[in-house]
Ligand binder design. Structure first.
Ligand SMILES: Cc1cc2nc3c(=O)[nH]c(=O)nc-3n(C[C@H](O)[C@H](O)[C@H](O)COP(=O)(O)OP(=O)(O)OC[C@H]3O[C@@H](n4cnc5c(N)ncnc54)[C@H](O)[C@@H]3O)c2cc1C
Length: 465
């Protein structure tokens, strides 16, 4: 993920984006209605998506027997403190109870919820404060004209305004033009209405691209900018996307303790933190005072994992930032397996890792200890902030000959984990340069070779977008 430097909504001057002539996009239609039953439901932390039945699929869920379940937070630790001067993000390690088997490199999904403050503000805006916990059904309007209109699968059959705004709807989603045009219809202030309607038009494509696509202005930001915009709950339920689970890499070995638990490591933006990381932060604070749980499920495994069978093979591990998380699991597992099987053949593990500063390098002491022991055969670190900025691809290029020699051995696999597609691309370019240098290839041949390595499963990537 790349910090896009989203604008402060309150600093965006909507006047600058109002066009004098435009044709608004066709607005999305409203095909659903809310029917309150007259009963109330106590507000609950249980994820409402779990009440949607088997129709609602959870992406990449390992199997139906692994439905999302609340897992207790058993501990947490700040690994890196946020630092404005270097743009370093706060990084936290979370220990969660686990009820399923896993291997290092596997991922879990965390089912997020929107923050109570954001939900309360929206309930007030929609004039639903008094009905926040009133039960309603969502149904098609009588004589619905739209053929394929339906109640979304991620809304439970009976629910409350607070519940769907908290657990079901992505309030931070990026609005499409037709959605903006419909929002204009719910806006009473002339300037705000012109802003929204104009932004939805073909004539405002440049504005839409810069505000929405590049700066990432979300539905929540739009509401902050347009105080008089008051859409209906039925419209939001029909057209806001589902609040989706987010993947996190398991950062430990299942052998590291006798009890069933797992660790994840997350980083948090200082400005405009995301929905899941904000929720995790709130839960961590809560866990200090009372038991707190996070809804999780195991995701399908893929080849980005390290198991006992890999002990005799070689790994070249390349990580940037929090992307080190899965490799901490790989290396801890190797250490644990080595303890159990003293005489077994062991391969080499090389780790290349980049961070903003030395302080931002996750578990530096542990990495150094692994370097001292036989777990890591090579540890190369670099820092992108400071007097002499250095990036991971520079380290790779410095080691080109030895790196390529190890990589081309049949029992070697190279793994890359970076929190951003751009970083992964820079690393791929660096590896291309290594192949050019070591094998005397031209750029095109090196690219072809990299592709082959990927197809052969010798070059495995985990890209966090
Ligand atoms: C296979 C896989 C494994 C992953 N493993 C991890 C992991 O182990 N640890 C981890 O921290 N993340 C991991 N991620 C990313 C994670 O799933 C979330 O995308 C991330 O935590 C932000 O979620 P959010 O809901 O808080 O942000 P959202 O509400 O989805 O974010 C809104 C916007 O802010 C940006 N954003 C939010 N938080 C950050 C951040 N910390 N850094 C940069 N940009 C941000 C997002 O890119 C987005 O543009 C993984 C992703 C994948 C695909």
């Amino acid at each position: 993920m790349v910090d896009t430097g989203s604008p402060h909504p309150d600093k965006t001057d909507i006047e600058a984006y109002i066009l004098s002539e435009y044709i608004p996009a066709k607005p999305l239609s409203s095909n659903l209605e809310v029917s309150f039953t007259g009963e109330e439901q106590a507000s609950s932390e249980t994820c409402a998506q779990l009440r949607c039945g088997d129709f609602l699929k959870f992406p990449f869920a390992r199997s139906d027997s692994h439905r999302p379940t609340p897992a207790a937070i058993k501990g947490s630790k700040v690994l890196v403190a946020a630092d404005k001067a270097t743009g370093t993000k706060r990084v936290v390690e979370l220990v969660l109870e686990s009820s399923f088997d896993y291997q290092p490199g596997d991922t879990i999904a965390v089912v997020p919820s929107n923050s109570p403050e954001v939900v309360d503000a929206l309930l007030t805006r929609l004039n639903l404060k008094d009905k926040a916990d009133a039960i309603f059904n969502l149904k098609l309007v009588l004589n619905c004209a739209k053929k394929n209109a339906k109640v979304p699968a991620h809304i439970p059959p009976t629910t409350t305004p607070r519940e769907i705004l908290t657990h079901c709807l992505a309030l931070g989603s990026v609005p499409q033009k037709q959605f903006l045009s419909a929002l204009a219809g719910f806006t009473s202030n002339d300037r705000e209405r012109s802003f929204l309607a104009g932004l939805s038009s073909k004539q405002a494509t440049d504005h839409y691209n810069s505000l929405i696509l590049e700066q990432g202005l979300s539905f929540s930001d739009i509401l902050d900018l347009c105080a008089s915009c008051k859409p209906t709950l039925a419209f939001l339920a029909e057209h806001l996307p589902r609040l989706m689970p987010r993947p996190y890499s398991i950062a430990n070995s299942p052998l590291d303790s006798g009890v069933q638990e797992l660790r994840i490591i997350y980083s948090q933006l200082s400005h405009k933190p995301g929905v899941t990381t904000s929720m995790l932060e709130a839960k961590v604070q809560q866990a200090d005072k009372q038991p707190a749980k996070v809804v999780i499920y195991p995701r399908l495994s893929n080849s980005f994992r390290y198991t006992e069978q890999d002990l005799s093979s070689n790994q070249i591990l390349i990580a940037v930032g929090t992307g080190l998380a899965p490799f901490l699991g790989f290396l801890e597992h190797k250490e644990q397996v080595l303890k159990q099987q003293l005489h077994q053949d062991r391969g080499q593990s090389w780790l290349y890792v980049g961070a903003k500063t030395q302080e931002a390098l996750l578990k530096r002491d542990q990495l150094l200890a692994w370097q001292q022991s036989t777990v890591l055969s090579r540890l190369r670190t670099c820092y992108s902030r400071g007097d002499v900025p250095c990036y991971v691809q520079t380290l790779l290029e410095e080691d080109a000959d030895e790196l390529v020699e190890l990589l081309l051995k049949p029992e070697t696999v190279l793994y890359v984990c970076a929190d951003g597609a751009k970083i992964s691309q820079s690393i791929a370019n660096g590896l291309g340069v290594c192949l050019q240098k070591a094998l005397h290839l031209n750029e095109e041949e090196a690219l072809r070779r990299l592709k082959e390595l990927k197809t052969q499963g010798k070059y495995r990537e985990d890209v966090w977008l």
